[in-house]
Design a binder for this molecule. Sequence first.
Ligand code: AMP
Length: 194
Amino acid sequence: MLNLVLLGPPGAGKGTQAERLVGRHGLLHISTGDLLRDAIKAQTPLGREAKAAVDTGVLVPDQVVIGLVQERLSAGTPDQGFILDGFPRTVAQASALERLLGELGAPLDHVILFDIPIGLLEQRVSKRAEQSRALGVAARSDDNPEVLRRRVEEFVRATEALSPFYRQQKLLRLVDASADVDGVDAQIRRFLEC
Ligand code: AMP
């Protein structure tokens, strides 16, 4: 069983690496951003509550995302590992996760931090928006330069607190996310082999 957290700013490549990890290890992929976007699309009460925050790039209240993750993790099978992508983002979320995983008897193995210069994120996110448009799919409402800046600021603030939290627990693994997809993949494989 492999239990992972992927930490990284928007555009760092977490989603792409998560897909590869799911393919290789059959993990349950829980992306709080995806869960929130689905709830917004379906116009559920939770989606209506979260929409303004997601559209403007600020964090949704801790209790909302903690509830979403709790629901998903508890619904998984006990021997299936998981990847948390975009969660936790605050120390309160990390502490709630620790409690929940303690109850489930499924501790974390690695917290992978995607390290990448901000300039490169802007290029990657605008490329993602262009690719969506080329496919005739609406670009994400938060993939625009102004909101991206806010999302990156939120991420920097969050990691300042989360990195020491996980470093202290000896779970933090740093990858150079400016490498290409295969290069980042190779770095992650090396961590997982240890
Ligand atoms: P993402 O797809 O991970 O970039 O998330 C998109 C947006 O969803 C973020 O800008 C936040 O508004 C919201 N969001 C996703 N995950 C969380 C979280 N763990 N805590 C609070 N807000 C979140």
